[in-house]
Write a new protein. Structure first.
Length: 154
């Protein structure tokens, strides 16, 4: 399993960055290869991706969500096995750092090669850079979900 960690500093308040990140259905606007994200419930999302002509679908469960701090998830079915967390750090009143950490289990020869060549790491960095452009050009979030999801007990 490969682990990728990347971050980006955005010129918006932490609340704005966090609020926009909770709008999962907007992800295709800045995530390469993501064609659809559907919010099924407060804690479940359904993803459709297409990368190099290969279409994949999977569900992801939000395992922890704390406003202005973190959103964590794990895939629950489909072709993709991953888990991750996005954390939000206040830099000052009008800037925040968004850090994404993902654990991925590549499927198949092509995905294993992409992981080994650092393509996955570059994609995550590119997605964060496009998120920065997206939220800074808007200056405001498209919506917000401020609910909490408590971390499951072991």
């Amino acid at each position: 399993m490969g682990t990728v960690t990347e971050h980006v500093d955005v010129a918006v308040p932490i609340r704005t960055a966090y609020n926009q990140w909770t709008q999962f259905e907007e992800f295709p606007r800045f995530m390469e290869g993501v064609t659809e994200v559907r919010q099924v419930s407060d804690t479940m999302t359904h993803w459709v991706t297409e990368i190099a002509g290969v279409k994949r679908e999977f569900d992801a469960r939000i395992t922890e969500q704390l406003p202005d701090e973190r959103v964590a998830w794990t895939s629950t079915g489909g072709d993709i096995k991953q888990a991750g967390v996005v954390t939000f750090h206040r830099l000052d009143d009008s800037h925040a750092r968004v850090t994404a950490q993902m654990d991925l289990e590549p499927e198949g020869v092509a995905e294993k090669a992409a992981d080994a060549l650092g393509i996955v790491k570059r994609r995550v960095k590119g997605d964060l850079d496009r998120f920065k452009e997206y939220i800074e050009s808007r200056g405001a979030e498209t919506g917000a979900w401020r609910g909490e999801v408590d971390r499951p007990m072991p």
